[in-house]
Write a protein that binds this ligand. Structure first.
Ligand SMILES: [Zn+2]
Ligand SMILES: [Zn+2]
Length: 137
């Protein structure tokens, strides 16, 4: 999705299209490490020193609302953001919290098999696997 398409989608859904919102979206899709709210906030402050945490939260909420990102909440209270909304496995290090995506032909086959068995309209999905990453082992 390019900038114009994103702006059009914002407006169509009654959201203001601002450069800050665009920058937040671009930052999230540029990352494959599932950034936290604070990471996004710190990164945005480099180019937008006056940006507020409220703007970050509002933007994350609307991106989620538009189905462009997935919010991953965890028991200990942390929240991470995932721009990959296709079915995939989040490989989560139980020590350092690093998250990387795993996708393969088998995950696709698995998910399409489950979908055909469920016979419901699926509104969302999440598959987490915990392990110890190479740095923590
Ligand atoms: Zn680790
Ligand atoms: Zn993921």
């Amino acid at each position: 999705m390019d900038d114009q398409e994103l702006f059009a989608l914002f407006r169509k859904n009654g959201y203001k299209a601002t450069t800050q919102r665009l920058a937040i979206w671009k930052y999230i899709i540029s990352r494959d490490d599932h950034p936290s709210t604070d990471q996004i906030y710190q990164a945005m402050k480099v180019d937008y020193p006056t940006i507020s945490l409220g703007t970050i939260y509002k933007t994350l909420h609307l991106l989620k609302d538009l189905g462009l990102i997935q919010e991953l909440g965890f028991n200990e209270g942390s929240v991470r953001y995932d721009p990959n909304t296709e079915f995939h496995i989040n490989m989560i290090c139980s020590k350092c919290g690093e998250i990387v995506d795993y996708e393969s032909e088998n995950t696709k086959k698995f998910w399409s098999t489950i979908l055909s068995e469920l016979e419901v309209k699926v509104n969302g999905h999440r598959f987490d696997v915990y392990y110890e990453c190479d740095d923590c082992k």
